[in-house]
Design a protein around this ligand. Structure first.
Ligand SMILES: C[S@@+](CC[C@H](N)C(=O)[O-])C[C@H]1O[C@@H](n2cnc3c(N)ncnc32)[C@H](O)[C@@H]1O
Length: 225
């Protein structure tokens, strides 16, 4: 018998799926990511732009999850085409409003674990600010495998590294406040292993500040079958 309460999400990937479903959450996310408020915006955009540099003109980039579409400009300004996808229709709605410009190929409602595109349909997949919400290695691998399947060339990911001052500070804060579970973190070595198991190889990694930053980024390339 139902309790009248919405079911509690069990796994982290369910929590990440549910967190941005409402129009209010989508607007709040867009506002928090406006370049003027989100100080790391420019630095993340520079990293993405560097890694997109060697894609040919007109190349197709899948941004999943696209969230409110903060990479639309970085992709289209380089002469590339942008395809956004997300599980949240509210987030896609915000991205669509931001994405009224030439170069935007469209938006899909899709899960990163099951991308409704043919093999090698795009030149690059951006998988940004999702993996760190996922503690289950099997789900992370499913996402990486799907990205590897649909790309012809690259996959760009962000991840949270546990070897830094920011992580230790957050861990102390969580422990002292009685919250035991934090964000999913993966070491370089673990991510490297998971990417290899998914048909990708890590060719470059960047961060804001080595040994201090929790936020890390990796450029992955598809390995020959
Ligand atoms: C922190 S936001 C990141 C959005 C964007 N990549 C960025 O950097 O701004 C997380 C997004 O992941 C989406 N999401 C959560 N689980 C997902 C899944 N399994 N497949 C696709 N999107 C998912 C959420 O709806 C939300 O828009």
């Amino acid at each position: 018998m139902g309790t009248g309460q919405p079911a509690k999400p069990e796994a982290d990937h369910d929590k990440a799926r549910i967190a941005w479903q409402t129009p209010e959450a989508a607007v709040a996310y867009r506002q928090s990511r406006e370049p003027i408020r989100f100080k790391r915006y420019d630095r993340e955009e520079t990293i993405i732009s560097d890694w997109l540099r060697d894609l040919g003109d007109g190349g197709l980039v899948l941004d999943i999850p696209c969230g409110t579409g903060r990479f639309i400009r970085s992709v289209t300004q380089r002469g590339l085409r942008y395809l956004g996808a997300d599980v949240s229709c509210a987030m896609i709605g915000e991205a669509r409003r931001a994405g009224q410009c030439p170069g935007v190929a469209g938006f899909l409602s899709a899960e990163a674990e099951r991308i409704p595109l043919a093999d090698e349909a795009v030149d690059c997949v951006i998988l940004w600010r999702l993996l760190h919400h996922i503690r289950e290695p099997g789900v992370r691998r499913a996402m990486l495998r799907e990205a590897a399947r649909v790309t012809r060339h690259k996959v760009l990911v962000s991840f949270n590294l546990p070897l830094g001052f920011t992580y230790l500070r957050k861990l102390c804060h969580r422990t002292l406040s009685g919250r035991s579970r934090g964000a999913g973190v993966v070491s370089h070595w673990r991510l490297k292993r998971e990417t290899q198991q998914s048909g990708l190889r890590m060719v470059d990694t960047r961060s804001f500040k080595k040994y201090a930053s929790i936020n890390w980024f990796a450029c992955l390339e598809k390995t020959a079958p």
